[in-house]
Design a protein around this ligand. Structure first.
Ligand code: FAD
Length: 396
């Protein structure tokens, strides 16, 4: 009996792998097991849905049953995989044991949780799935849609925190952002670009508490009182935690599969276990500079998944290709100040050089006329393609 190609996870990584594989092979049985409903949605829309007045139902682009039928997939939704046996080539699930020919881990990432003191610490919400968004959306709309007296505190001024701040403030809520850095998007932007973003969001009445962290959350009547590391307190109706994600390596680790910051894969997307593959937010891609060395990195964005799914489908089809990433700038969805960022490769020496306000290049001393990374803001974002062409294919 031929066992199916088994995929764990119905996010972009899981479904895109099926799409790419079906282009090469219409017949091999595929089973997709997922803890959620399996509906297809574009996760980036979670952080600009309020401005577009879209709730969770409107974000589903293809219902699970439709996509499963179209792609000829046996879908086991609301089913959790609890263990992998890579020797027996089986997985244990909440619905029993399943055997596989090949196994794809597309289990995504989990929100990082920081320990908070106080009797309402568990009230901090994270939004990393359609189900999370459903809870957040319901809590907010129950308090009054777009009501300026509804106070939302966001922990984290990274990409997701800033996108939510823009979306929610634009939808009329009173938004405060708290971050230990002294500026938003500190890990991605040069300081003057951060200041531009900070001012643009302040123009939407976003309040900033920078250089501070939330230490405690306590309930006071219907509200939450946040105590910050600088001694200040602030009152909020909702607390959103956007302090980052960590690759979900739990299943792989328990099965003895090599993991570092993510599930370690080579350029064919193979893990350390035969017939087990990984991609998406759960994976750590091999470094081009030193294949096999522990210098790969996670790339929790859409474009790397599209490239990886194509290569993985070829590997699964028996016609392996090698994963090479083209330059993939990230568009930050802050309409108050549109931003395109292409950070330099890790370890790249150099510094940010402002060409004009709105255009920064990461330049090295030996090649100052070449951008190893760039950041564009406002109208300068239209130069994105021109700058991408200048850059060589980036090593992961
Ligand atoms: P996920 O979508 O997290 O899917 C993981 C799947 O695995 C889920 O179906 C889950 O149920 C399932 N699963 C996990 N464990 C198990 C188990 N044990 N058993 C069964 N099923 C399991 N990227 C961009 O490039 N541009 C953007 O503008 C952008 N905006 C974003 C905005 C937000 C708010 C967020 C959160 C992310 C954003 N990203 C953006 C990142 C991008 O959306 C992700 O990189 C991508 O969606 C990850 O897809 P994935 O399939 O790897 O993981």
């Amino acid at each position: 009996m031929t066992h199916p190609l088994l995929i764990i996870g119905a996010g972009l990584a899981g479904w895109q792998t099926v799409r790419e594989f079906r282009k090469l092979d219409a017949d091999t049985p595929i089973t997709l097991v997922t803890a959620d409903a399996g509906d297809f949605y574009a996760k980036p829309t979670l952080s600009n849905a309020f401005g577009q007045k879209r709730g969770p139902a409107q974000l589903v682009t293809t219902p699970a049953a439709t996509i499963a039928q179209t792609l000829n997939v046996t879908l086991l939704s609301h089913t959790r995989v609890t263990a992998i046996d890579s020797v027996a080539k089986t997985v244990q699930t909440s619905a029993g044991v399943l055997a596989y020919r090949d196994l794809v881990l597309a289990t995504g990432a989990q929100p990082i949780r920081v320990p908070l003191a106080g009797d309402a610490a568990e009230q901090a919400l994270s939004v990393n799935s359609l189900d999370d968004f459903g809870v957040f959306h319901q809590r907010l709309t129950a308090l009054g849609e777009g009501a300026p007296n509804v106070r939302i505190a966001i922990m984290g001024a990274g990409l997701i925190g800033c996108e939510f701040a823009n979306d929610l403030a634009g939808a009329g809520y009173a938004v405060t952002v708290i971050d230990p850095a002294d500026r938003p998007l500190a890990a991605l932007l040069p300081p003057t670009a951060s200041v531009q973003l900070q001012e643009a969001l302040a123009g939407l009445s976003v309040h900033w508490h920078l250089g501070a962290t939330v230490q405690a959350v306590n309930r006071q009547a219907d509200a939450l009182v946040l105590t910050l590391s600088n001694g200040q307190t602030l009152v909020a109706d909702i607390l959103l935690s956007a302090i980052g994600l960590r690759a979900d390596t739990s299943l792989a680790q328990a099965a003895g599969i090599a993991c570092e910051r993510g599930i370690v894969v080579d350029r064919q997307l193979q893990t350390s276990a035969p017939h087990v593959w990984a991609l998406g937010d759960s994976a750590q891609y091999a470094s081009a500079a030193s294949p096999g060395a522990p210098t790969g990195r996670t790339l929790p964005y859409v474009m790397p998944i599209m490239a990886a799914a194509k290569v993985l489908a070829a590997s699964l089809h028996g016609t392996p290709a090698s994963l090479e990433f083209a330059a993939m700038p990230v568009a930050i969805k802050t309409p108050a100040l549109p931003i395109v960022a292409h950070p330099p490769a890790p370890g790249q020496l150099g510094q940010w050089v402002e060409q004009v306000l709105g255009e920064w290049w990461f330049a090295s001393e030996d090649l100052p006329e070449r951008a190893h990374g760039f950041v564009l803001t406002g109208p300068h974002t239209s130069k994105r393609m021109a700058l991408v062409k200048q850059m060589t294919a980036v090593a992961t």
